[in-house]
Write a protein that binds this ligand. Structure first.
Ligand code: HEM
Length: 511
C-alpha cells in the first residue's frame, strides 16, 4: 500500500515538473515576458485574486512597468497595456471568443454576457440589441424617471427625520428596481426595503468575492446552485438572498411568458423577456424557459452593481469638488426650471457641462476593471513585433486606458473641462476622447445596456441636483470608503458593513 502512495506521489511530482518545463520552455508563449510563476500556474493569479481579494489587475501595473506593454499573466494568457491597441483587439469585425477559463466565474454561459463562442453570441446579441437601442431606452425613460423620483421621496423623508442616507445602498436599490422593471415588467421593490437592501447586497458581494475561487474551481458554482435550500440556510443564511433571487427571477419570467398576449402586446413597451420569447431572430432552442430565465438573470446581475457603483462615485466626486458641483447646478437650474419635471435623457445629454461630468466620471471610475479576455481560435494576431499564436487568451483592462496620462493628462484629477471646447461646447475634443472612453468595452461584446446606463446616470444626477441642490452634503464618508480595493469584474470599494468601511453616506439638510 505504502509503495502505491509513493509511486503515485512521485508520478504526480514528475507530471507537475514536466508541465512546468513545458509551459516555461516549449509552450507557444514561452518567449513572452512575464513572471515565471505566472507562466507555470494559475495559482499565481489565485494568490492575488483569491488570497488578496481581487488584486491581480492592480499587480499588472507593476508587471508592465517591469516587462513592457505585453506580459504573460497566465499559462495561456497575455495582458496588453497600450491604449492604442484597445480598439484593435475589441473591434467590430474581430470575431473573437471569450476566454472560457476566465469567464467560468460567471457560471452562466447561456446568457449573452457569459456566452463563450462568438457565433452563438452573435445570434443572442442580435435578438437583444433592439430592446436596448437609444429609441427603446428613450421610450422606457418615464419608468426610469419615476423610479428615480421614488428614491428622491425616500431621501426627502430621511431629511425630515434628520437621518443620513446610505447612498451606496440606495443607488443599488434603484438600479435593481429599474433593471427588473425593464426586463420582466415588474419591480423588485428594493427601494421599499427598510434596510436599503443591505442584506441583498451582502449576499451578492459574497458571490462576487467567491468568483475568483470559482474561476480556479469551476465546479463550485454548480455545487452552490445544486445545494438544497435548507443546507444553505444552515451554512450561510445570507446567501439565501441570491438563491432566492434566482428563483424569483425564474418565477417572474414564467409569469411574463404565461401572460395574455393581447394584454402584454398592448403595453407601450412589453418587457424584454416577452420580446425575446417572440423574437424571429432566435431559434426555438434559444427561447426555452430556462434560457430566457438565465438571460434575465444575467441582465439583472450586469445592470445593477455597475450602474449603482458608478452613481455612487459620481456623487462623491461632485460633493468633493464644489466648483464642479456649483457650475453643474447653475447649468441645471437654467435648463430645468421645474425640478419636478426632469427632461428625457435625449435632452439631458445635450447639456454640455452635464455631458462632461458624466464622461469624466465614467473615465475616472473606470467601470469594469477586469481584463476582458478574448481568444482568436482561427488565426494568429499581431501586436507590434509580437506574433500572438491562435488559441492564446489576450485581455486588456479599461483601468490602464482610463488612467493613461498620455491621453488624459493628470488622470487622477476630476476635470470635466477636458471634454469640452474652450468655449464650453461639445465638439471635436469630446469626439477624440470618446475613442478612449471604454468603461462599457468596445466592439461586438461591449455593454448592451449602455443606453440604459446613460439614461440612469443622466436622470439621477439631474434630479438629485435639481431637487436637493446645496442641501446635499457628505455624511461621515472618508476617502477610504471610496477607495476601489478589489476587482470583481466591476471595481469595488470596501464592504460597507460598518467594519471594513461605510460606503457613501449623505445628508439632505432640512428645508
Ligand atoms: C455604468 C454601468 C455599466 C458598465 C460600466 C458596464 C460595463 C460592461 C462591460 C465592460 C461589458 C463587457 C463585458 C465583457 O466583455 O466581458 C458589459 C456587458 C454587458 N452589460 Fe454592461 N455595464 C453597465 C451597465 C449595464 C446595464 C444597465 C445593463 C442592463 C441590461 C448591462 C448589461 C450588460 C450585458 C447584458 C452585457 C453582455 C453583452 C454581450 O456580451 O452581448 N450593463 N457591460
Amino acid at each position: 500500500m505504502l509503495n502505491f502512495w509513493i509511486t503515485a506521489g512521485v508520478t504526480l511530482l514528475v507530471g507537475l515538473a514536466a508541465a512546468a518545463i513545458y509551459r516555461l520552455y516549449l509552450h507557444p508563449l514561452a518567449k513572452f515576458p512575464g513572471p515565471k510563476l505566472a507562466a507555470v500556474t494559475h495559482l499565481y493569479e489565485a494568490y492575488y485574486d483569491v488570497l488578496k481579494k481581487g488584486r491581480y489587475v492592480f499587480e499588472f501595473e507593476r508587471m508592465h512597468n517591469k516587462y513592457g506593454p505585453i506580459v504573460r499573466i497566465g499559462p495561456n494568457e497575455l495582458h496588453i497595456r497600450d491604449s492604442e491597441y484597445y480598439n484593435t483587439l475589441y473591434n467590430m469585425t474581430n470575431r473573437l471568443d471569450k476566454y472560457e477559463w476566465f469567464y467560468s466565474m460567471l457560471g452562466n454561459p447561456q446568457a449573452s454576457f457569459g456566452t463563450i463562442r462568438s457565433d452563438v453570441h452573435r445570434v443572442r446579441r442580435g435578438a437583444l440589441s433592439p430592446f436596448f437601442s437609444l429609441k427603446a431606452v428613450a421610450k422606457f425613460y418615464p419608468h426610469v424617471q419615476s423610479i428615480v423620483n421614488r428614491l428622491m421621496q425616500r431621501m426627502e423623508l430621511c431629511s425630515e427625520r434628520d437621518e443620513p442616507i446610505p447612498l451606496f445602498y440606495a443607488y443599488r436599490c434603484m438600479t435593481v428596481d429599474i433593471i427588473s422593471e425593464y426586463v420582466f415588467g415588474h419591480q423588485m421593490g428594493m427601494l421599499d426595503r427598510a434596510d436599503w437592501g443591505s442584506d441583498f447586497y451582502s449576499a451578492w458581494r459574497s458571490l462576487w468575492e467567491l468568483s475568483p475561487t470559482i474561476r480556479q474551481l469551476p465546479f463550485l458554482m454548480d455545487l452552490i446552485m445544486s445545494t438544497p435550500r435548507w443546507i444553505t440556510q444552515m451554512t450561510d443564511p445570507r446567501a439565501l438572498e441570491v438563491v432566492d433571487l434566482f428563483s424569483y427571477i425564474d418565477r417572474q419570467v414564467k409569469i411574463v411568458l404565461d401572460s395574455d398576449p393581447e394584454k402584454i402586446e398592448a403595453q407601450a413597451q412589453p418587457p424584454v423577456v416577452w420580446e425575446l420569447s417572440k423574437s424571429d431572430v432566435l431559434p426555438a432552442s434559444e427561447k426555452t424557459f430556462k434560457r430566457l430565465a438565465v438571460e434575465a438573470n444575467g441582465m439583472v446581475a450586469a445592470g445593477f452593481e455597475t450602474t449603482g457603483g458608478t452613481l455612487t462615485m459620481i456623487t462623491y466626486l461632485l460633493l468633493t469638488h464644489q466648483h464642479v458641483f456649483q457650475k453643474l447646478l447653475e447649468e441645471l437650474e437654467e435648463a430645468i426650471p421645474d425640478p419636478d419635471n426632469i427632461p428625457n435623457v435625449l435632452v439631458l445629454e445635450k447639456l454640455p457641462y452635464l455631458f462632461a461630468v458624466v464622461k469624466e466620471s465614467l473615465r475616472i471610475t473606470v467601470g469594469a476593471y477586469s481584463r476582458l479576455s478574448r481568444v482568436n481560435h482561427h488565426e494568429s494576431m499581431r501586436y507590434n513585433d509580437w506574433i500572438i499564436p491562435a488559441g492564446t487568451a489576450i485581455g486588456m483592462s479599461a483601468l490602464f486606458i482610463s488612467h493613461d496620462p498620455l491621453i488624459f493628462p493628470s488622470p487622477f484629477t476630476f476635470n470635466p473641462h477636458r471634454w469640452l471646447e474652450p468655449d464650453g461646447s461639445i465638439g471635436a475634443t469630446a469626439l477624440r476622447l470618446e475613442h478612449y472612453l471604454v468603461p462599457f468595452g468596445k466592439g461586438p461584446r461591449s455593454c448592451v445596456g449602455l443606453n440604459l446606463a446613460y439614461a440612469e446616470l443622466y436622470s439621477v444626477i439631474a434630479t438629485v441636483l435639481r431637487r436637493f441642490g446645496r442641501r446635499l452634503e457628505l455624511f461621515e464618508t472618508a476617502e477610504r470608503d471610496m477607495e476601489v480595493v478589489s476587482d470583481y469584474f466591476a471595481g469595488m470599494t470596501r464592504r460597507p458593513n460598518g467594519v471594513e468601511g461605510n460606503g457613501l453616506r449623505v445628508k439632505v439638510r432640512k428645508l
